[in-house]
Ligand binder design. Structure first.
Ligand code: GTP
Ligand code: MG
Length: 317
């Protein structure tokens, strides 16, 4: 394991890929790896890209990563994929959409199955991002499909959040409806080549403006004003402006303790996620007969379900 970690830290991409696979499925291995690599993390800019399914996230990331990556600033992409890890189909699909990247030595792409994770960003993706950060990637872009509650997940995984919208998805102000307004540092309205793109852009810009007035009233500290940009992954339009917006947000985080505050919030949630993971694993490893006594008592109405659960938790080590 030590040799593998050393190779990964030197930038060997097959060692990095292997390390991510090993930590994806095994918490004990993840812990061994974490102990070695965690002290070297904290250098990468973590960028979250979220938005409805099929909105154009992967296509945009393909263009963005291709224009940002160079030998001294390597870019990694983690696509959180709701499909089964066994099919491999989605990874292939993403690779096709990110075709500009496949032969780019300065870009690393990895798909991670969300499995039955409650949120849009599985724990394995947090761990993969950490490995990539320690292994010298200057930027790690995490793609996730945002649907309601799990949109908040991306806040815990990234410093800068890009919300992607597009015209023609059935709702003019999708961003506002789906809660993206609350979390986005940058709004990218993609498919600017399609009809209706300028209306979607205007709707979102208005919604951001309205929200910003309230935020500024409530918050006495430094306030970030979200960028609202028109882009097209297909035509490569607005990619430079998107790059500049990402850099501007990174600069904002570099000032006045903003980064520290953001990281503290991220790690607070991370501890919570790790704790839930430990608990649910320990619970699933409990032998059946461990619960049988409580189960009988519950059936006879001598124990409530909450009491039974508390008793089971006490039995965990
Ligand atoms: N016209 C147009 N089509 C686009 C653009 N960007 C992406 N598409 C198309 O939209 C479809 C979905 O693109 P993806 O990049 O896979 O979208 P996604 O948000 O990553 O999709 P999921 O990962 O499945 O949620 C594909 O058919 C793309 O070719 C664009 O800028 N203009
Ligand atoms: Mg995608």
């Amino acid at each position: 394991m030590k040799t593998l970690i050393q190779a990964a830290l030197k930038g060997d991409t097959s060692a990095i890929a292997r390390l991510i696979s090993l930590t994806e499925s095994d918490t004990d291995t993840a812990l061994v790896v974490q102990k070695e690599i965690f002290p070297q993390t904290g250098q990468a800019h973590l960028v979250g890209m979220t938005g409805p399914a099929g909105v154009g996230k992967s296509t945009l990331i393909g263009k963005l990563a291709a224009s940002l990556a160079h030998p001294k600033h390597k870019v990694a992409v983690i696509a959180c994929d709701p499909s089964s890890p066994k099919t491999g189909g989605a990874l292939l699909g993403d690779r096709i959409r990110m075709h500009d990247l496949v032969s780019n030595n300065d870009v690393f792409i990895r798909s991670i199955a969300t499995g039955n994770s409650s949120g849009g960003v599985p724990l394995a993706a947090f761990r993969a991002a950490e490995i990539l950060d320690a292994c010298g990637f200057g930027m790690v872009i995490i793609e996730t499909v945002g649907t309601g509650q799990n949109q908040v997940d991306i806040m815990q995984a990234a410093h800068t959040i890009i919300a992607v919208s597009a015209p023609g998805l059935g709702d003019d102000i999708q961003a506002m409806k789906s809660g993206l307004l609350e979390i986005a540092d940058i709004h990218a309205i993609t498919k600017s080549d399609l009809n209706g793109a300028s209306k979607t852009l205007m709707d979102i810009a208005n919604a951001v403006h309205m929200r910003q007035k309230n935020v500024e009233k409530e918050d006495a500290g430094a306030v970030w004003t979200p960028f609202v940009l028109s882009v097209s992954g297909l035509n490569n339009d607005g990619i430079v402006e998107l790059q500049q917006a990402i850099q501007a947000h990174f600069n904002f985080l570099g000032d006045a303790d903003n980064m520290q505050n953001r990281c503290r919030l991220m790690y607070q949630q991370r501890i919570y996620r790790e704790a839930i993971d430990i608990l649910s694993r320990s619970f699933s490893e409990l032998p059946d007969d461990c619960l049988s006594e409580s189960l009988e008592q519950l059936m006879q109405r001598k124990l409530t379900p909450t009491q039974a659960a508390r008793k089971a938790l006490k039995g965990l080590n």
